[in-house]
Design a protein around this ligand. Structure first.
Ligand code: NAP
Length: 317
């Protein structure tokens, strides 16, 4: 099959993988190398959220680090080498009620004996006035993508986790000042990132504070804040606001077909098995995962080995 231009409506496979981030590509590399009848379906280009990461320095095997783009490009090329078929389509719905699993695509259906869901997660919105209106006009969820627009400008970063601090550090390459607004007086980010941020003179911390409104006509002009301890309101003049308050899983298309946790992440067991036999899930879309590239890769591999066991034990219908 040629990637991206086939009519999928008549296709039936042993295994379909949904999503081409680290979990999906790792599963795809193993399945294609094992010469399984497998197709990977991805709505965007392969790579996932890692493509938005400037520099990855905790993925084993790269002592000097590697750019997010290069790492994912290498995984994609490795998948290509084993002939993994990647179909560019968005999966809009699923039917896991029978032995044969069906996926609804914009131009038809695909069916398979087993499925691995590796659709990952996307940035959460902070949900304040002005956020929606000014997205793309100063409000961003990706420092690596939009940082260069803020040369010598002041920007705000909302959040205190690994993503917020990594991205704040990246933004100091361009911005004159990066105001990190965090709702507590301690960061959630790992110590190595904290130490780097505290040592960076361009980063200013606004502790115990939540954003209340993003103000601007055509573009962002100000970020309104409130101290959660004193109730005092203030505002900082910024040209950009970068929101990093965690992620939400991409599971809407599943519409209740597998069990989810209260945050809508997919529940899996240690074999990456979901509540439906033959349907597995791996990576950031799953509940209680560590949300690391290396973990996603490991879960993708576990999922495909479990799927292969399932396929060898179940009789084709
Ligand atoms: P996260 O760890 O969930 O952190 C989200 C941050 O946003 C927290 O500091 C949280 O505050 C804050 N927050 C949440 N809701 C908020 C709200 N409504 N208003 C204001 N602040 C709010 O998310 P993340 O940083 O995106 O990381 C996600 C996962 O990926 C984590 O497991 C992380 O370790 C991992 N990750 C790892 C790396 C790496 O290894 N290099 C890089 C990036 C991400 P509280 O702290 O008060 O809860």
């Amino acid at each position: 099959m040629t990637p991206g231009n086939n009519d999928p409506s008549t296709e039936f496979h042993d295994l379909i993988i949904i999503g081409a981030g680290p979990a999906g590509l790792a599963a795809g590399i193993y399945a294609a190398r094992d010469q399984q009848d497998v197709v990977l379906v991805e709505k965007l280009s392969p790579g996932g959220q890692v493509l938005n990461t400037d520099w990855v320095e905790n993925y084993p095997g790269f002592p000097d680090g590697i750019s997010g783009f290069e790492l994912m490009d290498a995984m994609r090329r490795q998948a290509d080498r084993f002939g993994l078929q990647i179909l560019s389509r968005e999966v809009q719905g699923v039917d896991f009620s029978g032995e044969v699993k069906a996926l609804t695509l914009p131009d038809g259906k695909m069916t398979a004996r087993s499925v691995i869901i590796a659709t990952g997660a996307q940035p959460r919105k902070v949900g304040i006035e002005g956020e929606e209106l000014l997205t793309g006009k100063g409000v961003s969820y990706c420092g690596t993508c939009d940082g260069p627009f803020y040369r010598d400008a002041e920007v705000g970063v909302i959040g205190g986790g690994d993503t917020a601090i990594e991205e704040a550090l990246f933004l100091t390459r361009f911005a004159s000042r990066v105001h990190v607004v965090h709702r507590r007086d301690q960061l959630r980010a790992t110590k190595i990132l904290q130490d780097r941020a505290f040592a960076n003179e361009k980063i200013a911390f606004v502790w115990d504070t939540v954003p209340t409104r993003i103000i601007g006509e055509a573009t962002v002009e100000e970020l309104a804040l409130q101290n959660v301890k004193t109730g005092l309101e203030s505002a900082i003049k910024v040209e950009g606001v970068f929101v990093f308050v965690g992620t939400r899983p991409i599971t809407e298309f599943l519409a209740g077909s597998v069990d989810l946790d209260d945050q809508k992440f997919i529940k899996v067991d240690r074999r990456q098995q979901t509540s439906v036999p033959g349907v597995f899930a791996a990576g950031d879309v799953t509940s209680e995962t560590a949300r690391q590239i290396a973990v996603a890769v490991g879960e993708g591999v576990t999922a495909v080995l479990s799927a292969e066991d399932y396929l060898s034990e179940s009789i084709p219908g």
